[in-house]
Design a protein around this ligand. Structure first.
Ligand code: G3I
Length: 347
C-alpha cells in the first residue's frame, strides 16, 4: 500500500522535489516519490532567481525535467512560484541606474516572466502558486518591491497575467502562518476582490511549516473553513512537522554559545522515543483534520521526502538536526506512513 493509493479518493498527496531528485542523481528518493505521491511541486528550480536570473535569459532545463518526470508518472504537477519577494533577481525591479523601475516597467516584467513560464507549461503544469508570501501576520501587506512600486494591485495583476497565459490552470495564493486571524482576514479579502473582478483564483496554499505545539489545531481548522467559505479550495502546501523545540522561544534569551547551540540542536544523535510519539501523533491529528475537511481540500503536499534533505536542518541556524518528514535518513518509511494509510480506512 502507498500513500497515494490510500488517499486516491480524498485529495492529491504530494511532495516537493529538489534538484538531485529532478536530475536523477537521487534515485532512492525518486523511487519513493513514484511509489507514494500523486502530485509534485518544484522546491526551487522555478523560482525567478533560478529560472530567469538575467532579464530575458531563461534556464528551463531543470523545470523541463521536473515536468517530464511528473507526466511520465501521471502526477498532478504544480508550479512554484511566480511572484515572490525572495529569491528575486535584482534586475527585476531596477533600471540601468540602479533605481526602482516605474510601475509600467515592473508590470511589463511581471507579465513577461509569468506568460513565458506559464505559457511554456500550458496544459501540463496544472496549478501555480501565483503569488507567494505577500501578507504579514498582522494582516498588512509585506513591504516588498512589488508592493512598493505597484501597491496592492500587483496581486490582481499577477493572477490576471497567469490566467491569460493558461486559462485552464488552477491559480493559488500561497503563504505561511495563514491561520493568524488578521492574515486570514486580508487573504480572504483578496480572494473576494479577485472573484468580484472576474479574475480567477482557485485555491489558497497553506504552507504548513509547523511544530509540535504551534499552531493549535482549532486555529488551523478555523482558517480552513474561513477560506472555503470564500469559495476557494484549500491546498496544504509545504507541510512538515519540526520535531525540535521552536527556535523563537530559545534564541533571544540564551547568551552562552554552547548552551544556545545545545538548545537549538538537542537531538543530534536521534529523536527520543517520547518525542517521536508526540511527533507521530501530531501528523495523525493533522491528517484526521484534513480527512474531516476532504470536501474542501484539493491537495496535501509535503515539503520534501526524507529528513536529511529538509530545509529545516538549516533553519534558523545551519546544521540543525531535524526529523520533520515521514521518510528517514536511510530512505525508509517511518511507522507514521503506515498509520497515515490506516487512517483512510477508519470510519
Ligand atoms: O543551487 C544553489 C547553488 O548553486 C549555490 O551554490 C548554493 C549556495 O548558496 O545555493 C544553492 O541554492 C540554494 C537552494 O535552496 C537550492 O539548494 C539556496 O542558496 C537556498 O537559499 C535555497 O533554499 C530554499 C529556500 O526556499 C529559498 O529559496 C530551500 O531549499 C527551500 O526549501 C525553501 O522553500 C521555501 C518556499 O519556497 C516558500 N516557503 C518557505 C519555504 C521554506 O523556506
Amino acid at each position: 500500500d502507498s500513500l497515494k493509493d490510500a488517499y486516491k479518493n480524498k485529495f492529491y498527496i504530494g511532495t516537493a522535489m529538489s534538484l538531485p531528485q529532478i536530475d536523477g542523481t537521487d534515485v532512492k528518493s525518486d523511487d519513493i516519490i513514484k511509489k507514494q505521491f500523486s502530485s509534485i511541486v518544484a522546491e526551487n528550480c522555478m523560482k525567478s532567481m533560478f529560472i530567469q536570473p538575467h532579464e530575458g535569459k531563461f534556464f528551463f532545463g531543470d523545470a523541463d525535467k521536473f515536468v517530464e518526470f511528473g507526466e511520465k508518472n501521471k502526477m498532478f504537477i504544480i508550479g512554484h512560484t511566480l511572484i515572490w519577494h525572495s529569491q528575486l533577481p535584482r534586475w527585476f525591479f531596477v533600471d540601468n541606474d540602479g533605481k526602482d523601475v516605474s510601475p509600467e516597467v515592473l508590470k511589463q516584467r511581471m507579465k513577461s516572466h509569468i506568460s513565458t513560464l506559464v505559457g511554456r507549461y500550458k496544459g501540463r503544469v496544472k496549478g501555480w502558486d501565483v503569488v507567494n508570501e505577500a501578507i504579514m501576520e498582522d494582516g498588512t501587506y509585506r513591504k516588498s518591491k512589488f508592493y512598493e512600486i505597484l501597491g496592492e494591485e500587483f496581486i490582481p495583476l499577477a493572477f490576471q497575467y497567469a490566467q491569460e497565459a493558461d486559462p485552464n490552470a488552477e491559480l493559488y495564493y500561497n503563504d505561511y502562518n495563514e491561520w493568524f486571524p488578521e492574515k486570514v482576514k486580508t487573504v480572504t479579502k483578496i480572494v473576494k476582490d479577485l472573484k468580484s473582478r472576474g479574475i480567477r483564483i482557485d485555491g489558497i496554499g497553506m504552507q504548513t511549516h509547523v511544530g509540535l505545539d504551534n499552531p493549535k489545531l482549532e486555529e488551523y481548522e478555523k482558517a480552513i473553513t474561513n477560506y472555503a467559505a470564500a469559495g476557494v479550495k484549500i491546498n496544504v502546501t509545504e507541510m512538515e512537522i519540526s520535531a525540535l523545540p521552536s527556535p523563537w522561544g530559545t534564541s533571544a534569551n540564551v547568551s552562552d554559545k554552547v548552551e544556545y547551540e545545545a538548545k537549538m540542536n538537542p537531538y543530534t544523535k536521534g529523536l527520543p522515543e517520547n518525542v517521536t510519539k508526540e511527533w507521530e501523533n501530531r501528523y495523525l491529528d493533522f491528517f484526521r483534520l484534513f480527512l474531516k475537511h476532504q470536501d474542501k481540500i484539493r491537495r496535501v503536499t509535503l515539503w520534501g521526502v526524507t529528513d536529511n534533505q529538509s530545509w529545516k536542518n538549516d533553519f534558523p541556524v545551519k546544521g540543525r538536526t531535524d526529523y520533520p518528514l515521514p521518510f528517514d535518513r536511510n530512505y525508509q518509511a517511518k511507522p507514521v506512513v503506515e498509520k497515515l494509510i490506516q487512517l483512510t480506512k477508519e470510519k
